[in-house]
Structure formats: C-alpha cells, structure tokens
Write a new protein. Structure first.
Ligand code: C2E
Ligand code: MG
Ligand code: MG
Ligand code: MG
Length: 283
C-alpha cells in the first residue's frame, strides 16, 4: 500500500510543475543517501568543433538510478537537491567523478561540469574544487564549469568573487543556457566567461525558422565581438549543423553530434592519444 502510494507520488513529480510537500520530503531524504548508496552515475556528451568535427571534450551529466523507480530526470531531482542543500555533497561527487574520468582521457580533452547556484555560493566551494584538482591530478585548464544565470543573480558580488577565484586557478567558466535566463546581456558584461552556450531552444529548426536564425546570428555576433567562442546546444539535425557551421559557430553539442554515454562506452579512439600521428609530427 505504502509502496504503490510512493510510486504514485513519484508519478506526480513527473507531471507537476511544483512538487507537493510530502513527496518533496521523501525525495529530499532519498537524495541525501543516494551518493553513499551509489545510485548516481555520470554520462558524458561530446562537444565538437564545427569546422573540423574535432572532439574537444565532454559535458558530464548526472543520472540518478533510483532502486525502485528507475531513472529520475535531473530536471526533476536537481531542483529538489538544490532546495534541500543536498546538491552540495552531490555536486562535489560530480566534480570528483568527472575529474577522475578526464584524467584517463587524452591530455587535451576538457570536461565540463554543471554547478548550481547553491553550490557556487556554498562555503569553501573554491577550496573544494582546488582540492579535487589536486587529488585527481587534473590540470585546471581541462576543467570547465557551467553556470546558469540564476546562479549569478542571487548574489552578484559574491558570484563575481567566486568566478574570479576559480579563474585564478586556471579553470574555465561557461555561461549555460544563454538566452533563457534573466538579464543575459548584462551578465555577459559583468562576469568573466570563457564560452557562451546558446540554449537548445534557439537551435531547434534554426535552419528553417527565420526568427531562430536571426537570434542565433545575433548571439554569434556578440560572441565574436567579445572574443568568446559560442557553443550551440541541442544540435539534433544535419540541417541545424550546416546552418551553424556556415554561420561560423565554433562548437556544437547535441544528439546529432553524439548522445550522452557512460564512461565505458566512450570511443577509445577519441580518448587515446594517437601515438602514430604524434610520431609522424615529431619526425
Ligand atoms: P544542461 O546543462 O543545459 O544540459 C544539456 C541538457 O540537454 C542535458 O539534459 C542533455 O542530455 C540534453 N541534450 C543534449 N543534447 C540534446 C539534444 O540534441 N536535444 C535535446 N532535446 N536535449 C539534448 P539532462 O542531462 O536531462 O540535464 C538537464 C539539466 O540538468 C542540465 O541542463 C543541467 O542544468 C542539469 N544538470 C545535469 N547534470 C547536472 C549536475 O551534475 N549538476 C547540476 N547542478 N546540474 C546538472
Ligand atoms: Mg550544462
Ligand atoms: Mg544548457
Ligand atoms: Mg539546461
């Protein structure tokens, strides 16, 4: 009885915008234990240069495999983890796991990790990141932190201080979901970003929809003007890809370029230094 009630409660999560208080408490409790119970894993989605198709790195995306309910989408559990504060230890696990994975890759591939507002503003966040880099041995230049604008508006002064400290360590910072947030343009000016990620909603049918095309061209112009590379998120078709390449968008990510996959399924060829070509260059 209680179990089926629980299941219904979860179904409710999937469909409701706001989560009922009791269901939220159940999930908060489960999320507190999910790290130690090994219920999380990361999947990695490739980011590729659009002119050459070269792989530049992967974005780490969190997956929660609930023992009874199966995969719960991050769109559902991340907000709950943020509100309860559980995102801080969970986010630390994500950073550490992603950095460990990247150490095993070709030395020039980067790993991008999403960081929540609560996590960015948590005590000792910069020290934690620094410690994880030392523990895993990952070069800071290979780590990119993705931040959405909600993380910045909470406390702009503090966010700026934190981003500057991260950058002083050599870490890069990307603005995630550009265009969907609050006051995007002023944030671009106020914060030291290294990359702009245009939200997938603008990429959808960019090759056939004149409005979407105009917006994307404008963002690419801003990127060029500011000297920031622009990454198009959610590239799903060859038409979208050729539009973006023609408009000189530097980087792409999306199902058409590669699905998020578990570490073990990433292509060996992409991950390992090609000794042959390195030898050829040396000769
Ligand atoms: P995001 O950072 O903007 O990640 C991109 C989302 O788009 C991912 O959804 C990815 O699977 C999905 N995606 C990639 N290519 C395509 C495509 O071609 N078409 C479509 N329709 N979608 C595509 P996912 O993995 O469900 O993650 C959703 C959001 O949850 C992320 O958006 C991010 O904001 C958050 N998130 C994921 N992992 C973490 C994490 O470790 N920590 C934090 N704080 N947030 C995370
Ligand atoms: Mg992201
Ligand atoms: Mg995004
Ligand atoms: Mg997003």
């Amino acid at each position: 009885r209680a179990k089926s009630e629980g299941r219904d409660t979860y179904r409710f999560y999937e469909h409701a915008m706001g989560i009922e208080a009791r269901s939220r408490r159940i999930m908060e409790h489960e999320l507190r234990h999910a790290v130690t119970r090994n219920e999380f894993h990361l999947v990695y989605q490739p980011q590729k240069k659009l002119d050459t198709g070269e792989l530049i790195g992967y974005e780490a995306l969190l997956r929660w495999q609930h023992p009874e309910r199966g995969n719960v989408s991050p769109g559902i559990f991340i907000p709950v983890a943020e509100e309860s504060g559980a995102i801080v230890p969970i986010g630390e696990w994500v950073l550490k796991t992603a950095c460990q994975a990247a150490v095993s890759w070709k030395s020039n591939l980067m790993v991008a990790v999403n960081v929540s507002a609560i996590q960015l503003h948590s005590v000792n966040f910069v020290q934690t990141v620094h410690r994880i880099l030392l523990e895993t041995g990952l070069s800071p230049h290979r780590l990119e932190i993705e931040i959405t604008e909600t993380a910045l508006v909470r406390d702009m002064h503090r966010a700026l201080t934190t981003l500057r400290q991260l950058k002083a360590l050599g870490i890069r910072v990307a603005m995630d979901d550009f265009g969907t947030g609050y006051s995007s343009l002023s944030n671009l000016r106020a914060f030291p970003f290294d990359k702009i990620k245009i939200d997938g909603s603008f990429i959808r049918q960019v090759d056939t929809n004149e409005q979407a095309a105009t917006i994307v061209r404008a963002v690419l112009g801003i990127g060029r003007g500011l000297g920031l590379p622009v990454l198009a998120e959610g590239v799903e078709t060859s038409g979208e890809l050729s539009f973006l390449a023609k408009e000189l968008c530097q980087i792409g990510q999306g199902y058409y370029l590669g699905r998020p996959s578990p570490l073990d399924d990433l292509h060996e060829d992409d991950l390992r230094t090609k000794e042959k070509s390195a030898d050829a260059n040396a000769a």
